[in-house]
Design a protein around this ligand. Structure first.
Ligand SMILES: [Ca+2]
Length: 425
């Protein structure tokens, strides 16, 4: 057997291929051992031997390319070497199994997963060819694994425009349709607004978009753009992003007021008209004394006790506010006075006496008979009426009084009504 090693053959090109170096070291040791044992060989440099007889095959240094999406069994290339009746062997494969080499020197794709995991790389196979007598040196064959991957852009459903009412706190939109498309990819979401109208704008990767309009912004609109980005890259014309935009419109809330045509302090049974303003639609809340239509700006109420009337007001943009008005019903006004007169000057019940009259300054007394004729009328009454008209005693019977006094607290006139019976001796 004759062996030939040439200094010109660089077997191991890359520093990373320590494993091959080790293998070749053992190969060299093995070769050296064989050489030492052979009586045909002359002494010489360990790496430089002269051939005596047959020439071993020499593998042609070739490079091949293969697409990363090639199917298992796809033909990659045919190796060539000098010599004939060659038997080929694969000594090592940098991909640990993406390729196989048949005995005739044909390289095929062996494992697509390994092939794809090496996409974009230039990998090495180490091969040798034997003619049955002589075996070639190990030769490095390089294969460029083309990266043909085209990333499909991620998906995100369109996002509907959103209208919000000013000063209403945070709002949340659930985004839908997020996908990187390729199952081995992940994605992330970001959102930006084109105008500085939002105090917060956040989107989580599960699609919860939250925003809050800045305090003090009562009207306006901005456009929010959401971008989904996957990790598939953009090489070979692929796309890794998609954007969706939508508008946020801020509508003002109504400034609602209520007025009463008779003020807010009324006597029991008073009929009032309440009118709300500041919005486009109104809905009065049912309450005692509120009757009839409750869906108009104006309602009539007849409270029998102090009552709060509330209205929900909505403007045409759908923003609402509420307002209320408290109608205070003053209690019935009662005076303490004798309701019997015996005008005989005996000192008892000779005059109509109102107790604590000094508490009612600015009063007026009117006394009528059954027919409604005014018998007596006096401003600032002083407990003097003696049941007489023009100095003559009135006929026995029932007479009616009206005692009016201006209430300085309620700014209304309190009226007490009752009857007085005039008896004879
Ligand atoms: Ca994708």
């Amino acid at each position: 057997m004759n062996y030939y090693f040439s200094d010109e053959v660089t077997l191991y090109r890359k520093p990373m291929k320590k494993i091959y170096f080790l293998k070749v070291s053992s190969l060299l040791l093995l070769t050296a051992g064989l050489l030492a044992a052979s009586p045909k060989l002359t002494a010489g440099s360990a790496s430089h031997f002269a051939a005596r007889a047959a020439t071993p095959p020499v593998v042609n240094m070739e490079s091949f390319t293969v697409r990363d999406d090639a199917a298992a069994g796809s033909f990659v290339g045919q190796l060539t070497a000098s010599g004939s009746n060659l038997q080929w062997q694969l000594a090592d494969d940098e991909t640990k199994g993406a390729f196989r080499l048949d005995a005739s020197g044909r390289i095929y794709v062996n494992n697509t997963t390994l092939l794809q995991s090496n996409r974009g790389k230039l990998i090495s196979l180490f091969v040798s060819a034997s003619d049955g007598v002589e075996t070639s040196n190990l030769a490095e064959i390089t294969i460029a694994i083309q990266d043909t991957y085209i990333n499909i852009p991620p998906t995100l459903d369109p996002i509907a425009d959103r209208a919000v009412c000013a000063g209403r706190g945070a709002d949340t939109i659930q985004l839908t349709g997020m996908s990187a498309v390729e199952p081995d990819q992940t994605y992330s979401l970001v959102a930006i607004a084109d105008l500085p109208m939002l105090e917060t704008l956040q989107v989580t990767n599960d699609g919860q978009l939250t925003f809050r309009v800045k305090t003090g912004i009562n009207a306006g609109a901005c456009m929010v753009t959401v971008m989904i980005k996957d990790n598939g890259g953009v090489r070979n014309g692929g796309q890794d992003t998609r954007t969706r935009s939508f508008n946020i419109t801020v509508n003002g809330i109504p400034n609602v007021g209520i007025v009463s045509d008779k003020g807010t302090v009324v006597p029991k049974g008073e009929l009032l008209t309440l009118t709300a303003s500041g919005a486009d639609h109104y809905s009065w809340t049912p309450a005692p004394g509120l009757e009839g239509e409750t869906g108009a700006a104006t309602v009539t109420v007849k409270p029998v006790k102090t009552t709060r009337y509330e209205v929900v007001a909505t403007n045409n943009s759908g923003c609402q506010d509420t307002a209320h008005i408290d109608i205070r019903v003053v209690a019935d006004f009662i005076i303490r006075a004798n309701n019997v007169l015996t005008p005989n000057n005996d000192g008892r019940n000779d005059r109509w006496i109102i107790q604590s009259l000094e508490d009612y300054p600015e009063n007026e007394v009117i006394i009528t008979d059954r027919a409604g004729r005014v018998i007596f009328k006096q401003r600032n009454y002083s407990n003097t009426w003696d049941g007489k008209l023009n100095g003559q005693r009135l006929a026995e019977g029932t007479y009616f009084y009206t005692f009016s006094v201006f209430n300085t607290v309620t700014k209304t006139t309190d009226v007490a009504r009752g009857y007085i019976t005039i008896l004879g001796d």
